[in-house]
Design a protein around this ligand. Structure first.
Ligand code: C2E
Ligand code: CA
Ligand code: CA
Length: 676
């Protein structure tokens, strides 16, 4: 039976107490264990000592009331059900009793065993359910609060109370109700203290509501972290890590947008291509760390030049691009370009070194200098190359005349690269002979490039280009190799003269190259001569001296090429370890026209001999030239009269008669010169 073994406390300050106890003991089949108390204090004491299942309490308790008793008991943390017994009281009393937490109330006038039994059993069962519910609520992760249809909180769990307390610091009201009513109008995700909560509200059938709060702090934090990581990654993908400037990818997007905007608004803009001066040298001399530092500092100065709407990106290396809106009828040169140029004029101090650079800026305008990004960029680039060749003004605007020459040069440069890679350059040999005897003394090796579509391209064109883009080292290396190899096949042990660029002397280990080549090809060092122009002496006198001596020490001889065309000729022949002077062909070819040239040539020959140098004259085209040189005691000669540069098969043929009979050779007269 349900009522079996239930412990009940009856609290009443008057004689009704006995009546109630009797009623309980009359309960049919019931076996309630009943204790009685007459004062609230006494009642509380008994509650402390006994595990009552329920309390029956009179509404009137002398000076106090049953409601006060309920508050007292709840205040001590007991949640056992308390049933109030009421007398004359009106319905507002019932409500108050319920609000205070009474489980039920029974009118004394309707007191009966059946009613009391039922009230106790319901209250106990209900309290049991309440306890179960609150255990469930306590164990769930979420904070939960149930509101009745008047939006009064009637049930909540500790976690909800905890948040209410944090929030309550800002409210004076009852924290639970204040928090609940605030939640009703709050955003779905909002924060309380340092936590982020996600709110859900569900409706109950009696128009009550359940508010659940899920703590999503970790989740939101993880999401934010991911967003941050993603935006960092996006920033990295679009920015240069060294300078923080937008990179090539970002620029590609930007220029497309800029073109679209200019097209739809009918506006114009400048595209600037910036390239630092001497950056490669600075990198070579001071090292990459200083180079990187310089790029950073330069970027900072450039950024400080930008005004609203200006754009700057770093494409890589020392190459930057900028965009500035152009006002109609404005100059070809944007103000920003001049600001950039000024900004890097003063030197930079990097790790104790004073580093000077400068910037060359090429400018192209949209739409007049290109309708798409690629055309604009390439024209700005062309203008930039032009700016580089003008040391005074580092800013140059594109114009179409520039285009042609630079484009051709570019084309040749890229074609030359593949020609070198495919080893399609060749060496030809031009004979040299003793003036007195006509005996062949050697051959000068001259590079030849026969381009499949452009035909023969002169070394006067491609050698300077190769010096600009560094291909000269590879060209020089293979020319030396082939020249020595082919000379080894000649039937006469005559000399081979190979031209060496000043850049090879300055930037490569030419001494080792020559030594290795002689070793590999087996050519005796005495048969090799290197031709060098005096420009080799200009940059670093001591270093050049050191290298040239190294070459001489191998037993290889040195000729100073193009003598007479430089500036410091006299001082260079006196100080340098040359064996031979090569009088420039312009002297010999014009001999018959200018008396003065004959005088100078005579002087050079005399001077050279005084310094124990051999003299070879270039550009010998007529028998008159030969006679003049013979009269002056010139040692050797080279020129079209003897023969033009020829391929190896011709050389082998040519060497069959190693002594030339020049009287049988017809004078060479150039078509062009004959016409003039
Ligand atoms: P260079 O060293 O002064 O070579 C002599 C140039 O004068 C050659 O022109 C040759 O064909 C030309 N020449 C020789 N005799 C006469 C003549 O009687 N009349 C006229 N009008 N010209 C004559 P080329 O082969 O066009 O070479 C031009 C320059 O290119 C060379 O001048 C040299 O500075 C450079 N070069 C050629 N091959 C090489 C090379 O393998 N390495 C380097 N570094 N430079 C080279
Ligand atoms: Ca030469
Ligand atoms: Ca020459």
């Amino acid at each position: 039976m349900f009522g079996h073994g239930l412990k009940v406390l009856v609290l009443d300050d008057d004689d009704d107490c006995f009546l109630i106890c009797e009623t309980i003991s009359d309960i049919e089949g019931g076996s309630y264990e009943v204790k009685t108390a007459h004062t609230p204090e006494n009642g509380l004491e008994l509650i402390r000592k006994n595990a009552f299942h329920a309390v029956l309490c009179d509404y009137r308790l002398g000076a106090t009331s049953g409601i006060d008793f309920i508050k007292l008991v709840r205040g001590q943390g007991y949640d056992l059900p308390i049933i109030l017994l009421t007398g004359m009281e009106d319905s507002s009393t019932d409500n108050k009793a319920l609000e205070a937490g009474a489980a039920d109330f029974i009118s004394k006038s309707a007191l009966s065993s059946a009613i009391v039994d039922r009230a106790i059993r319901y209250a106990v069962a209900n309290a049991e359910r309440q306890r179960l519910l609150s255990t469930v609520l306590t164990s769930v992760d979420a904070a939960v609060c149930v509101l009745d249809n008047k939006r009064v909180p009637i049930l909540w769990n500790p976690s909800f109370a905890g948040f209410a307390e944090v929030q309550g610091k800002f409210d004076n009201d009852d924290p639970i109700s204040a928090f609940a009513s605030r939640l009703l109008s709050a955003e779905m995700v909002h924060s309380v203290g340092d936590r982020t909560l996600e709110k859900r509200i569900s409706n109950l059938p009696d128009e009550g509501l359940v508010i659940t709060l899920h703590d999503v702090t970790e989740h939101v934090e993880a999401l934010r972290e991911r967003e941050r990581a993603e935006s960092r990654a996006a920033h990295l993908a679009n920015h240069c890590s060294l300078t923080g400037l937008p990179n090539r990818m970002a620029f590609a997007e930007r220029i497309d947008k800029e073109i679209q905007r200019a097209r739809s608004n009918g506006t114009e803009f400048y595209l600037m291509n910036l390239d630092l001066n001497r950056f490669k040298e600075i990198n070579d001399v001071y090292g990459h760390n200083v180079g990187d530092q310089l790029l950073k500092l330069v970027s900072q100065r450039f950024v400080s030049c930008l005004k609203e709407g200006d754009y700057l990106a770093r494409l890589g290396g020392d190459e930057f691009v900028a965009i500035q809106t152009k006002n109609p009828d404005k100059d070809e040169i944007p103000a920003l370009a001049l600001r950039f140029s000024d900004s890097v004029e003063s030197p930079f101090e990097i790790s104790g070194s004073i580093v000077r650079t400068g910037v060359s800026v090429g400018v192209a305008s949209f739409p007049s200098h290109g309708a798409d990004a690629q055309a604009l960029l390439s024209n700005a680039d062309i203008a930039m190359y032009r700016a580089k060749t003008e040391p005074k003004c580092g800013v140059h605007a594109y114009n179409s005349k520039l285009d042609q020459t630079i484009r051709e040069r570019r084309l040749i440069a890229s074609e030359l690269k593949s020609a070198v890679e495919n080893e399609s350059l060749e060496v030809h040999f031009q004979p040299q002979a003793c003036v007195k005897t006509g005996r062949i003394s050697g051959f000068e090796s001259l590079s030849r490039w026969n381009h499949p579509t452009f035909g023969q391209i002169s070394p006067d064109v491609f050698i300077p280009i190769s010096e600009d883009n560094g291909l000269i080292n590879e060209i020089g290396r293979s020319t030396l190799q082939w020249s020595c190899e082919l000379a080894m096949q000649w039937p006469e042990p005559v000399n081979v003269s190979v031209n060496i660029s000043a850049l090879q002397i300055r930037f490569t280990d030419i001494v080792s190259l020559v030594r290795d080549t002689l070793f590999q090809t087996g050519l005796p060092s005495s048969r090799l001569e290197l031709e060098v122009t005096e420009s080799v002496l200009f940059d670093d006198f001591d270093y050049a001296m050191h290298v040239l001596r190294g070459i001489r020490n191998l037993g290889v001889s040195l000729a100073m090429d193009d003598f007479g065309t430089g500036y410091s000729s006299l001082s260079s022949i006196i100080s340098f370890p040359f064996n031979k002077l090569k009088i420039d062909r312009s002297f010999i070819m014009e001999l018959h026209k200018q008396e003065r040239l004959a005088t100078v040539t005579k002087a050079i020959i005399g001077l050279g001999h005084n310094l124990d140098l051999k003299i070879i004259a270039e550009g010998v085209e007529t028998i008159d030239h030969v006679n003049f040189l013979k009269a002056q005691g010139c040692d050797e000669m080279q020129g079209f009269l003897l023969g033009k540069a020829m391929p190896q098969e011709k050389v082998l043929e040519y060497l069959k008669t190693p002594v030339l009979d020049l009287s049988t050779h017809a004078d060479y007269v150039d078509e062009k010169r004959r016409a003039s």
